[in-house]
Design a protein around this ligand. Structure first.
Ligand SMILES: C[S@@+](CC[C@H](N)C(=O)[O-])C[C@H]1O[C@@H](n2cnc3c(N)ncnc32)[C@H](O)[C@@H]1O
Length: 277
């Protein structure tokens, strides 16, 4: 999309109110209902400036292009997630990969993943809402169940033995995110990626979160930093565990954690080589 077109779109969307509205206008495929706006506290000019600045000079990636330009079902995403997805998922494009997304909602993201990963990809959606079954097609398979139900995951893993990418965009409560991680991280294939989004709920009381609150997903995941460094621990309370050996790296973004998986990692070594002079 040209810069002019982007600015025109931004102006059109901003004329409807604010960034939240922009978000909603886009995901409603421009069929936004002005009777039901979502209001932010920031004023219109500030938000317009922010949105234009966020467009910058850069070209849209294919996910952003899909979101704003192509016909699709309702898709509910924070705008900055698209560059995170592209950064971590582009290496899987065009390949035979299995993507699991928890949170199907109105089916838009199922279409987006098909478009992005290509015809060889298998897209699996998990949702608690049985109505989501209607998004089944030859490339998409929907499972109905609750992500905080360990029994559901046990059966799911029997039916889906291989998963390359998991995106947790479900109910976003602490328990849901933690149970899903505990049940599914081990199931991700070597070289796979685990992405949990909307981590801002870790700061929201209504979702079971709170700043530094024990049991929030953010607090829970801070332990991962210790786990990946456990090789160097002199404290018996921190020793090498399965995550030390399978989490290659952690990427924290606003509201998103991405974990790249590599199995059978061994203790890292250091070497000093070279001449003295
Ligand atoms: C934010 S929407 C998903 C948006 C979708 N991924 C998209 O990009 O358009 C959240 C979805 O999670 C589902 N959900 C809520 N609680 C759940 C649970 N316990 N287990 C599975 N899905 C759940 C809701 O039914 C809803 O469809």
């Amino acid at each position: 999309m040209s810069q002019d077109k982007k600015i025109k779109l931004a102006n059109k969307l901003c004329s409807l109110g604010n960034i939240s509205v922009i978000n909603h206008v886009i995901f409603e495929g421009l069929g936004y209902n002005p009777k039901n706006p979502v209001k932010d506290s920031e004023d219109y000019d500030t938000l317009l400036k922010k949105y234009k600045a966020s467009l910058g000079e850069k070209e849209q990636n294919d996910l952003e292009f899909f979101f704003t330009e192509k016909e699709h079902r309702v898709l509910d995403k924070w705008l900055h997630y698209f560059s995170i997805y592209d950064r971590h998922f582009s290496k899987y494009r065009g390949k035979e990969v299995t993507i699991v997304e928890i949170g199907v909602f109105k089916g838009g993201s199922m279409e987006m993943w098909k478009d992005y990963f290509g015809p060889k990809a298998k897209v699996i959606g998990v949702d608690i809402n049985p109505d989501c079954k209607r998004f089944n097609d030859n490339q998409v398979q929907i499972f109905i169940g609750s992500q905080d139900d360990r029994d559901f995951w046990r059966k799911f893993k029997q039916e889906v033995p291989h998963v390359d990418i998991l995106i947790d965009d479900g109910g976003h409560t602490m328990n849901q995110q933690i149970v899903t991680f505990e049940e599914m991280f081990d199931h991700i294939a070597d070289g796979g990626t685990y992405l949990c989004e909307d981590l801002h709920t870790s700061y929201w009381k209504s979702f079971g979160g709170g700043y530094k609150k024990k049991g929030s997903f953010i607090e829970y995941s801070k332990n991962f930093i210790d786990y990946i460094n456990a090789w160097h621990s002199h404290n018996p309370e921190l020793s090498v565990n399965k995550y030390t050996q399978s989490m290659y790296c952690l990427h924290y973004y606003d509201s998103v954690l991405v974990i790249e998986k590599e199995i059978n990692q061994e203790r890292p070594s250091a070497l000093a080589i070279g001449s003295e002079l």
